[in-house]
Write a protein of this length. Structure first.
Length: 154
């Protein structure tokens, strides 16, 4: 893959790239990804999400940490689509900076996410990210990660 190739992924293709599975896969589609650079994708938020019964009970709000996880998963896709990381690597979430939650995310919303590589020096990197519902900003910040060989985690 060239670094300027725009890639789109449906849920089956996302699952080929990420190890996450239900109930922890936080992306439904990647609408645009350029390996090693940036990506856009979304999570359709439904009332059937397994966290809603326990997160504020009768007032279902998507937990902020899961919005961050969705951004982290999209960031991992940007890295795992690079040829040098396609085999044997995982992206591990290592930190957050300047995170702000601007709007609640509720059932029926579509959380649109955008991530952009801020910097990378193997094995560590950072992504700037935003999440929106429609035109309204819901979350923003910077997330840090490390590219790690799967065998090192066993």
């Amino acid at each position: 893959m060239t670094t300027d190739q725009i890639i789109q992924l449906d849920i089956k293709e996302i699952q080929r790239v990420l190890p996450h599975r239900y109930p922890f896969i936080m992306l439904d589609r990647v609408t645009e990804a350029i390996p090693g650079q940036r990506a856009k994708g979304f999570k359709n938020v439904t009332v059937n999400e397994p966290y809603f019964p326990g997160h504020f009970g009768e007032i279902p709000i998507m937990p902020g940490v899961l919005q961050l996880e969705a951004a982290a998963q999209l960031s991992c896709i940007v890295m795992l689509l690079m040829s040098e990381y396609q085999e044997g690597y995982l992206g591990i979430f290592t930190g957050l900076e300047a995170v702000k939650f601007r709007r609640k995310v509720v059932p029926g919303d579509r959380l649109d996410l955008e991530v952009k590589m801020n910097k990378f020096r193997f094995p560590f990197g950072k992504f700037d990210f935003i999440g929106k519902v429609g035109e309204e900003l819901s979350v923003e910040g910077i997330l840090s990660f490390a590219m790690v060989k799967k065998e090192e985690l066993l």
